[in-house]
Write a protein that binds this ligand. Structure first.
Ligand code: ATP
Length: 361
């Protein structure tokens, strides 16, 4: 199949840049989004996530690049003419209006009976039937969040932009609301772009995660791809605990590549084809390693490193081992509870080549 047959993206950003004075908030950013998708933009504070949402919403004008929705160039269209809507972090509900009035606010121009029916639909969608006459201050945080969502969905945007939508909720409610948000999105099929700086939230919500770093989109893909095959050490570290072992890329061996490290040669997976002699890092997740007392059968095997357990820490759902290596560095391994190994034990750490990913140094 050629690209001609591919489904056209709903939203297409092409080389979008936004500069504030001398500061590049968004740099040369391209991405496509499908209808019905949840895309989470993940990254540390100041990486440009909110600016990107504001560019799509039309509150900011790009310095360069184009934004298209259903093939239509949005440049020059004011926010209210764009088939997108934004739900703000602080909810911004009108305190003096009832829930129904808050939701209906966006429906002016729709006749009264039609607006009333639409509000009823929306209340049902967010499970707030019977709450229409209440004022926001009489609702819980989670209920207010759902009113804000209903209001943002009232005009049936093709893309809903959500900036830290669950940021004000405490942890338990946050997890519950993540599930509700996803269920509502699935029922509607509206594309959602959700900004968050919380990796576990992005993993719980997203069909794809776009990781941003200093204005750039560094990697985009399903959570599993980003976790298992991070493109950079920044992505590797953002999504979870990771061991980074420096080395030099050696020969390709089939689909694997040999990386020469201070611990000897290690077989790993490399996306793309890093040239032999290139400096690189191996990213290795702590839970992808087997640890066993070091014996002659273990020492010297491929992808087996020797070290000594320095600390063995019980964390309830796992045992964390800090293993001191011969070069003085520490490697972390997570083992199931019950499989702990005492401090001071010489061990062999082994892993499959698929557990180690080559990332740029
Ligand atoms: P946070 O998670 O803290 O909201 P963010 O990733 O959403 O961060 P942005 O708000 O997009 O980051 O900001 C990106 C960069 O652009 C920051 O350095 C910010 O100071 C800068 N910036 C954003 N808006 C403006 C503006 N109107 N004028 C000047 N600089 C701005």
């Amino acid at each position: 199949m050629t690209a001609r047959h591919a489904v056209a993206p709903l939203l297409a950003l092409d080389r979008v840049t936004k500069r504030f004075g001398a500061h590049d908030a968004v740099v040369d950013l391209s991405l496509d989004m499908r209808s019905g998708e949840i895309l989470c933009l993940l990254g540390p504070s100041g990486c440009g996530k909110s600016t990107l949402l504001r560019l799509i919403a039309g509150f900011e004008t790009p310095t360069g690049g184009t934004i298209r929705l259903d093939g239509l160039d949005l440049t020059g269209l004011p926010p209210h003419r764009r088939p997108v809507n934004m739900m703000f972090q602080a909810y911004a509900l009108f305190p003096h209006l009832t829930v129904t009035q808050n939701i209906a606010y966006g429906l002016k121009g729709l006749g009264r009976p039609a607006a009333a029916a639409r509000v009823e639909d929306l209340l049902r969608l967010v499970h707030l039937e019977g709450f229409g006459d209440r004022r926001p201050e009489t609702l819980s945080g989670g209920q207010r969040q759902r009113v804000a969502l209903a209001r943002a969905l009232a005009r049936e945007p093709k893309v809903l932009l959500l900036d830290e939508p669950l940021g004000a909720l405490d942890r338990g409610l946050r997890e519950q609301t993540q599930g509700e948000l996803r269920a509502i999105q699935r029922r509607l099929g509206t594309a959602f772009i959700i900004v968050t700086h919380d990796p576990s939230e992005a993993m719980a919500l997203a069909d794809r995660i776009g990781v941003m770093d200093r204005g750039r989109l560094v990697q985009i893909g399903p959570a599993e791809t980003l976790y298992e095959r991070p493109a950079t050490r920044f992505v590797a570290g953002l999504l979870g605990d990771v061991n980074l072992i420096p080395g030099t890329v050696g020969q390709a061996e089939g689909a694997r590549v040999r990386v020469d490290t201070v611990f000897g040669p290690i077989l790993a997976v490399a996306e793309g084809a890093p040239g032999a002699g290139t400096a690189a890092m191996l990213a290795l997740r702590p839970e992808r390693m087997a640890v066993s007392p070091l014996g002659p059968a273990v020492a010297g095997e491929r992808n087996t490193l020797a070290g000594t357990v320095e600390a063995s820490i019980y964390l309830g759902d796992r045992i964390r081992l800090d293993i001191r290596m011969a070069d003085g560095s520490t490697i972390r391994a997570n083992l199931p509870v019950g499989a702990g190994i005492e401090s001071g034990t010489p061990v062999g750490l082994s892993f499959a080549p698929e557990a180690a990913t080559v990332v740029a140094a």
